[in-house]
Design a protein around this ligand. Structure first.
Ligand SMILES: Nc1ncnc2c1ncn2[C@@H]1O[C@H](COP(=O)(O)OP(=O)(O)OP(=O)(O)O)[C@@H](O)[C@H]1O
Ligand SMILES: Nc1nc2c(ncn2[C@@H]2O[C@H](COP(=O)(O)O)[C@@H](O)[C@H]2O)c(=O)[nH]1
Length: 208
């Protein structure tokens, strides 16, 4: 895609983009962050055309929609970015980001590499974090053990992961690249990167 400039109404604390290969551990890390820093972060709920996994909730994990609905919304200019990934559409709506920023929370976007490139063309100005697995073998094991993908989807995701690993080395693309080997160590690094922004939100909340 296709990137659109965000509206002025979307101004607020600096958002955070979490990217990296499928299976690297983005959701695991951001769930820990949302739990520990309740009232500081808010998740930008993306739209997708893929089917929900067991346990996923419509409106919480994703807005699960048909391709037709998503294409129509994109054509109406309702999305900041969208991408085709592993045979499905994914996208960040303006409303998803606005809903978080309206609450003065740090908005977290979990998006793929195409999304990163497209967000770079907007005025969102996030902190860019890449989460990587220690190796392709470990990534494959994590994805297989998660038991969410068909063999076809898994192969597509591993192919996209190889591309992601190479592109993420591009100087200046990410503010930080976190190798998610030991989960607690990776989480510690993530918190270090976001500490200044977390403190800003806490200070604003204290004085209001
Ligand atoms: N440090 C870690 N050590 C071992 N397993 C991990 C670690 N981090 C995450 N995992 C496991 O790896 C699997 C993939 O993690 P997760 O679903 O968070 O990845 P993801 O990057 O969000 O993937 P996707 O982009 O497909 O949503 C999960 O089963 C998770 O429990
Ligand atoms: N460009 C975008 N990518 C997104 C968005 N929401 C999620 N994603 C990325 O898709 C893959 C696969 O996710 P999964 O939930 O099917 O495993 C992963 O890399 C996500 O980061 C989005 O709105 N835009």
């Amino acid at each position: 895609m296709r990137a659109h400039t965000t509206d002025k109404a979307m101004a607020g604390p600096r958002p955070v983009v979490m990217s990296g290969p499928s299976g690297a551990g983005k959701s695991t890390l951001l769930k820990k962050l949302l739990k520990e820093f309740n009232g500081v972060f808010g998740f930008s709920v993306s739209h997708t055309t893929r089917n929900p996994r067991p346990g996923e909730e419509n409106g919480k994990d994703y807005h699960f929609v048909s391709r037709e609905v998503m294409q129509t919304s994109i054509a109406k200019g309702e999305f900041i970015e969208s991408a085709e990934f592993s045979g499905n559409m994914y996208g960040t709506s303006k409303a998803a980001v606005q809903a978080v920023q309206a609450q003065n929370l740090i908005c977290i976007l979990d998006i793929d590499m195409q999304g990163v490139k497209n967000i770079k063309k907007t005025d969102l100005n996030p902190i860019y974090v890449s989460v990587q697995a220690p190796s392709m073998d470990i990534l494959e094991k994590r994805l297989r053990d998660r038991k969410t993908e068909s063999e076809e989807s898994l192969q597509k995701r591993l192919h996209a992961a190889k591309v992601d690993v190479e592109i993420s080395k591009e100087p200046g693309l990410f503010d930080v690249v976190i190798i998610n080997d030991d989960l607690e160590a990776a989480y510690g690094k993530l918190k270090d990167v976001l500490l200044e922004e977390i403190q800003k939100v806490r200070d604003v909340n204290k004085s209001s």
